[in-house]
Write a protein that binds this ligand. Structure first.
Ligand SMILES: Nc1ncnc2c1ncn2[C@@H]1O[C@H](COP(=O)(O)OP(=O)(O)O)[C@@H](O)[C@H]1O
Ligand SMILES: [Mg+2]
Length: 263
């Protein structure tokens, strides 16, 4: 994979957890340096989920990105949460998070990608006319995260065309849990490719935030399901250009706005 932006339609289906699990798997199995970013306009939640006083680096990063797109704006603002995964954390306040994310416009992905080859953006809940919608521009793929419930699917259904239009990149589904509906059924209802299913694994979630990509965590159901979802995401992204998993720099020329040069 290269850069994936994960979004949800409504409620709290587990976008932050799925993003962190994918980033930890990518970091833990040595796919390459991985980076996570909380670009959720409703506010960051890693700090709350981990119970730590982490520094929300997003505010400083946005201030610097407003002036120019530099790697250092990201590199100097990450926190190792989950352990072993450098993460750009958002402030918990939605009013601050939204305006800060909006202020750097389309520069986020370019700057993030300059720092690590594997980028996982927790883009949070998608509002069709949200001020910060440019945050997903420059991702290779958008993953719509939903629970396999009637409500989860119905909310997600209206969103997919809008996301594809904006990102000009493929949209795939990541289903969290497999009840009551089978993930394949959910994907066919949404008429989107299924990238994978993230297991419902409360213990795996607790250990992810406590241990990050430890050897023990990598054996959890959550980690194993995230690993196959990671492969599924790469496959969806690769199939668009007609190949297998493709490195980001060879992705098709027909995409949306590409990131500008990064210093
Ligand atoms: N795969 C999962 N297994 C078990 N619990 C989960 C899973 N994903 C999310 N949760 C739980 O659901 C709640 C919301 O998860 P979160 O990732 O913060 O959702 P979102 O980012 O969509 O708001 C948290 O309490 C989290 O621990
Ligand atoms: Mg969240």
């Amino acid at each position: 994979m290269a850069a994936v932006a994960l979004v949800s339609a409504k409620g709290s289906p587990g976008v932050t957890t799925a993003t962190a699990a994918l980033a930890a798997v990518a970091a833990g199995v040595g796919v390459g340096p991985a980076l996570m970013a909380e670009l959720d306009p409703s506010g960051g939640s890693v700090q709350v989920l981990t119970g730590t006083m982490a520094v929300p680096g997003l505010v400083d990063a946005a201030g610097r990105l407003r002036r120019e797109t530099t790697r250092s704006a990201i590199e100097e603002n990450t926190t190792m949460l989950p352990p072993g995964v450098p993460t750009l954390l958002a402030p918990a306040s939605s009013s601050i998070a939204e305006s800060v994310i909006e202020s750097a416009g389309t520069r986020w992905l370019a700057a993030l990608r300059a720092v690590a080859p594997e980028v996982f953006v927790d883009a949070g809940r998608w509002e069709a006319h949200g001020r910060a919608s440019s945050r997903i521009v420059g991702a290779d793929l958008v993953a719509l995260v939903c629970r396999p419930t009637v409500a989860g699917v119905e909310h997600a259904r209206h969103l997919a065309p809008h996301l594809a239009d904006l990102a000009r990149r493929p949209v795939a589904v990541v289903v969290v849990g497999d009840r009551p509906y089978a993930p394949a059924e959910v994907a066919s209802h949404l008429d989107l490719p299924l990238a994978g299913t993230v297991a419902w694994d409360p213990r795996g979630v607790t250990n992810l935030w406590a241990e990050g990509a430890s050897k023990r965590w990598l054996r959890s159901m959550l980690a194993r399901s995230a690993a196959s979802t990671l492969a599924g995401l790469a496959q969806v992204a690769g199939s668009v250009t007609g190949g297998g998993p493709t490195p980001s720099h060879t992705f098709g020329p027909s995409g949306g706005p590409r990131p500008e040069a990064v210093r």
